[in-house]
Design a protein around this ligand. Structure first.
Ligand code: BGC
Length: 407
């Protein structure tokens, strides 16, 4: 912007400089792209800045190391997505991320962010370093009505029901459970099964208190057995990305998928209706509880006051009521502020909102375990998943070792 124009803009009370803001994220599926477009539209239409889309394909495990290496390598983007929790701890400690405390104070984030744990996860030594944008929970199973109809059976109402349906589904040429080939998907399914089948207390004892007795105990032995069962139910579908697995459910090629509620974005893009074309079971129909995971945006430090001002404008915009509604409606996630109304929501989102309102929530695994421990769990689960000769008991033994070393 030329000097004269800049001066005029300043006099008229708007920000002085238009900044191209490069934003990195891993939202590349159909539903995710539709959702992130809401952020881009809001920035482009409501500020003078421009959204430069920095999508990285391949999921979070692929994207995060690429983002980190750009930031520590001195070529930072202006904003990036991470999950709620501990993923950015080291970048914050290294002083590489912008302090957003003034934005949080000016925008009232301390009063509006719900649950408060999401803002706490952004806070280090009393300073706020991220803008939480949604609540996503892993604790869901998605079921294809068409698949069960083809098999001539009812849509099951819990995990055992799915297991019992498997012979009829196989008979009809349908894969009972769709699981993609990436380790985070297998590990995520394990986490959901653990909370649903062993219960909240056992899960917290391990993930929060690092209790090796519980990790090696009977309740978790049953979870590992069930996970071994899941491995059998998933045989025969060779897909890699999570949304390819969701697509197998959408097309009735597979009957079910254990996946976070971002899967709803895919059903929506495919024109499917909750309660008619697909059903959803929070907590696998066993334990109705949601983990409060999801996404937050961080802003690498840039040595330029105008850029910093634009970054802060974006941070504030992401939490504004209108953007919270438009983004989360497309994303299948829940808003991080209790004072907005999503309008008409489908059956599944309604169930999610009710659990949230009833306080039936848990922190996410990303909030309790370090990225390093999470990676070790992912590696173990994928090894178990791809090697049918590994027994549930062997996997459990290895799991106990990981928890014993976790901090
Ligand atoms: C993110 C979601 C995203 C999903 C699949 C999760 O880690 O929280 O926003 O849709 O990964 O890409």
């Amino acid at each position: 912007m030329g000097k004269l124009l800049a001066a005029t803009a300043m006099c008229s009370g708007t920000a002085a400089f238009a900044v191209d803001l490069e934003v990195s994220h891993w939202w590349t599926s159909g539903g995710e792209a539709a959702a992130v477009a809401k952020f881009a539209e809001a920035l482009n239409e409501r500020t003078e800045h421009n959204w430069v889309d920095g999508a990285i394909a391949g999921g979070g495990d692929t994207a995060r190391p690429i983002m980190v290496s750009r930031i520590i390598g001195g070529d930072p983007m202006h904003a990036f997505q991470f999950n709620h929790g501990r993923q950015a701890e080291e970048l914050i400690e290294a002083g590489l991320l912008l302090d957003l405390t003034d934005v949080a104070e000016a925008e009232g984030w301390f009063d509006i962010v719900n649950p408060p744990s999401l803002l706490e996860a952004c806070t280090v030594d009393g300073r706020v370093y991220c803008a939480p944008v949604n609540i996503h929970s892993w604790q869901w199973m998605w079921l294809s009505d068409d698949a069960f109809e083809q098999a001539g059976i009812e849509v099951p109402s819990d995990w055992d029901g799915l297991v019992a349906s498997a012979p009829a589904l196989r008979e009809a040429g349908i894969v009972p459970l769709a699981v993609g080939g990436q380790s985070w998907q297998q590990s995520g399914a394990f986490g959901v099964m653990a909370i649903a089948l062993a219960g909240e207390e056992a899960w917290l004892a391990i993930n929060r208190d690092k209790d090796v007795d519980v990790a090696g105990g009977e309740a978790y032995a049953r979870v590992f057995e069930a996970f071994g069962n899941a491995r059998d139910l998933a045989a025969g579908l060779n897909v890699s990305d999570w949304n390819q697995a969701t697509n197998a459910v959408i097309t009735g090629q597979a009957a079910a998928q254990i996946m976070g509620d971002w899967a709803q974005g895919e059903f929506a893009v495919a024109g499917q209706v909750a309660g008619e074309d697909y059903h959803c079971l929070p907590g696998l129909g066993v334990t109705g509880i949601l983990d409060t995971g999801g996404d937050a945006f961080y802003f690498p430090v840039q040595d330029d006051p105008e850029v910093e001002a634009a970054q802060k404008e974006l941070a504030a915009l992401l939490l504004s009521p209108e953007v919270q509604v438009s983004f989360n409606s497309a994303k299948g996630s829940l808003p991080i502020r209790g004072d907005v109304d999503l309008g008409t929501v489908n059956d599944c989102t309604q169930k999610g909102l009710e659990l949230l309102a009833a306080g039936q929530t848990l922190p996410s695994g990303n909030a309790l375990l370090t990225p390093d421990t999470n990676q070790q769990v992912n590696d173990l689960m994928t090894e178990f998943w791809s090697d049918p000769s590994m027994t549930a008991a062997e996997a459990q033994e290895r799991y106990v070792e990981i928890i014993a070393n976790a901090d």
